[in-house]
Ligand binder design. Sequence first.
Ligand code: GDP
Ligand code: ZN
Length: 306
Amino acid sequence: MEKGIATVVKHTGSHYLLSVLPEWNPFPAVIRGKLRLSGTKTTNPVAVGDRVEFEGEAITKILPRKNYIIRRSTNLSRESHIIAANLDRVFLLVTIILPETKLAFVDRFLVTCEAYGVPVNIVVNKRDIDDEYSLALLKVFKEIYADQAGYNVLEVSAITGENIDTVREACKGRINMFSGVSGVGKSSLIKAIDPKLEGIRVGEISLAHLQGKHTTTFYEMHPISTGGFIIDTPGIRSFGLIDFKKEELSTYFPEMLAVMDNCRFMPCTHTHEPGCAVKAAVEAGDIAPERYNSYLGMLEDQTKYR
Ligand code: GDP
Ligand code: ZN
């Protein structure tokens, strides 16, 4: 009987497809008996991206995850659903205008990725729209997210093809996820990366719901012709805020994390405390007021929902 380690590339009910990545050779497998994961109480023990040990057609063991993203179930059972595991990268697709991406949304998304331990790159699409107004906004966007927060910000155009080769290259050898709100050009970008991927579902995100709808959604991994993989993310309504402790939140803002050791009080919420290095950095213009406001907003929401 064939034994080995493979990655879950598709999940439909109780059936799975595994592949020994980076080879693409999907074969069916099922879970035999009880497979228990310590810790989180989830509705699905195995998710797309999980690395598992198999024997013939049986999944015998789930290997430790380096990260995973979850969706909380609607009921109050505190159950959650694992959307994907072992993501190498999330691409957050945004646009400066048409549609204008709200920075508060970007910040919440980035914080979620930081909290999950998932590396995130920002891709600004529709770079071909280059009127003066858009370019001025783009400049501010890059100052905040690239220069100050330190994120990788790539400008692309799915229409002209500008920098698409860079995204394609970045996907190689990795398991990737693409996310963004409706209209930013996710479908266009995916198609530009690999025409064969036309029609796969990519994530539209709403942070309005912190809790997911109780629907059965199945996720799937697809190979990119030029190398690497992409996980589809149909309607993730609640790739939303994770539970976090008040003192933890600022550690998910890289530019705050960089200075918070200098706060007089430990822990510091960077709100009312005297001698706060984060507030000083905001006043000095080293941390964008927009980012600090997002931080305060999230802090407030968290207090409300607790
Ligand atoms: P999705 O909802 O994120 O999947 O977005 P779509 O790929 O459906 O694109 C939404 C709209 O934006 C469509 O009208 C696309 O033609 C347009 N679009 C996508 N990429 C670009 C781009 O790079 N430049 C411009 N000008 N329009 C784009
Ligand atoms: Zn502080």
